[in-house]
Write a protein that binds this ligand. Structure first.
Ligand SMILES: [Cu+2]
Length: 88
């Protein structure tokens, strides 16, 4: 019990940055290159550590640092590319 708490505190101290995963629903992708284009833009966005876009599922999964960005920014980025985006 005590040991567990110590480990948790150490982890907290090292990790100021909090990672979160957002799933976005994307409407308007016509082919796989749309998905690749969106994926590249998300990967290049500040605070994003990984992004993958699935054309067939009309969905993007993005892992990001909550101290650097938020899901609203990610949604806006894809919206500005001309797609309809919702947070799943
Ligand atoms: Cu396309």
């Amino acid at each position: 019990m005590v040991k567990l708490m110590v480990v948790a505190d150490e982890f907290k101290g090292k990790n100021e940055a909090k990672t979160e995963k957002a799933t976005l629903g994307i409407t308007g992708m016509h082919c796989n290159s749309c998905a690749m284009l969106i994926e590249g833009s998300l990967q290049d966005a500040a605070g994003v550590s990984s992004a993958s876009v699935d054309f067939k599922a009309s969905r993007a999964v993005v892992v990001y640092d909550t101290s650097k960005t938020n899901s609203a920014n990610l949604v806006k980025l894809v919206r500005d590319m001309g797609y309809v985006v919702s947070i799943k």
